[in-house]
Design a protein around this ligand. Structure first.
Ligand code: ATP
Length: 359
């Protein structure tokens, strides 16, 4: 990355005694879609507000395009923020809402009208300019809020849980639209979310935060496949954790012995008691008539959760206290298995992630 657009260096924030941000260091590039992901209270909104200038930091530095932002008020930063609660004016029209930030811009009426039209086109509301803002759906209101932020052409758009008030279907549609929009306009987006799926879908890179610290900063695929800690693995989707012992080989409860060489250990070589992580989709059920696999164990189906396109199965394996969870794509002509049915489970050491005990 050349000169980062945003550089966070040793950022700390205290609220009285409470240490809300702990030594946050990260760089965000121009045109990047960057997400801050973590559970409630981990400090992601505080960090976003600090970048916007709504929150003073207690230590470290935040630079935007190489310029230190200490003491620079929000309105003089090249950032703009979109909030969860839209904050649009219900008594104004859509056009008036979108043009609100241009009031003091000194722009002529013609230029303003053109800019408003372009911003509305960008968010797919080209035909809605004259509509009263209160007569819009939640998704449309959020688009108005986006258009109002984009019209000011910020270098960075800061989005605080912008989709959390929308229903599931609308949220999924808006995720894809936001992603496309970000690519089109080329503005850097920094998104705060507690929804791991949302972060995985939209982001170029994600910082996972717990208790004021960045636990891992990676692209979505690495974060999912190569989580640095059990906590990150557990927060990003579902992962089975199987007790194991590492020596000259790796003995995994319920599955058997594997060579330790090809197995991924994010925290370095492991020996003694450890824990093996496996995602549900890396385990598979073998159906009647399928040829035997080198790595196959038998069990009994304990629970079946049917999702339409997928089925999740919990399978009891000898030597394990808790069942393992695996997922299968449902295909035409294949029945969903029932609780109590015998199950053959195939697994692959290449999908394993090994964590030291307690990590
Ligand atoms: P959420 O998803 O619930 O918004 P978050 O990760 O965005 O959570 P923050 O809002 O950044 O979390 O808050 C981080 C911590 O700092 C929380 O424990 C919160 O209670 C605390 N905090 C936030 N603002 C203040 C404040 N003005 N005064 C004191 N403590 C605060």
């Amino acid at each position: 990355m050349s000169e980062p657009l945003i550089a966070l260096r040793g950022v700390n924030k205290y609220y009285g005694e409470y240490h809300a941000l702990r030594d946050i260091t990260a760089e965000i590039g121009a045109g990047e879609f960057f997400s801050l992901l973590g559970p409630s209270g981990c400090g992601k909104t505080t960090l976003l507000r600090a970048i916007a200038g709504f929150e003073e930091i207690s230590g470290g530095s935040i630079t935007l395009s190489g310029k230190d932002m200490a003491g620079v008020p929000p309105n003089l930063r090249p950032t703009n923020m979109v909030f969860q609660s839209y904050a649009i004016f219900p008594h104004l029209s859509v056009e008036q809402n979108v043009g609100f930030g241009l009031r003091k811009s000194g722009m002529g009426t013609g230029d303003k009208t053109r800019a408003i039209g372009e911003a509305l086109e960008m968010v797919g509301l080209g035909a809605f300019g004259g509509r009263a803002a209160h007569a819009l759906s939640g998704g449309q209101r959020q688009r108005v809020a986006l258009a109002r932020a984009l019209i000011l052409k910020p270098k960075v758009l800061l989005l605080d849980e912008p989709l959390s008030a929308l229903d599931r279907k609308m949220r999924e549609d808006m995720q894809v639209e936001l992603m496309k929009l970000q690519r089109e306009v080329g503005i850097t987006f920094v998104l705060v979310t507690h929804d791991q799926e949302e972060a995985l879908v939209m982001s170029d890179r994600i910082a996972v935060m717990f208790e004021g610290e960045i636990a891992q900063l990676d692209d979505p695929e690495d974060l999912y496949r190569r989580p640095a800690t059990k906590r990150v693995a557990d927060f990003i989707g579902v992962m089975n954790f199987l007790p194991a012992v590492a020596g000259d080989g790796l003995d995994v409860a319920g599955l058997g012995r594997v060579e330790i060489d090809g197995v991924f250990c994010p925290q370095g070589a492991v020996s003694g008691a450890c824990s093996v992580g496996l995602r549900p989709e890396t385990l598979s059920l073998l159906y009647e008539g399928e040829v035997a696999r080198a790595r196959e164990v038998s069990g009994v189906i304990d629970e079946v959760v049917y999702y339409g396109d997928m089925t999740y199965y919990d399978v009891r394996l000898a030597g394990l206290d808790a069942p393992v969870r695996l997922s299968m794509r449902n295909v035409v002509g294949r029945d969903v298995l029932e609780v109590g049915a015998p199950a053959r489970v195939a697994w692959d050491p290449a999908a394993m992630v090994v964590f030291p005990e307690g990590a």
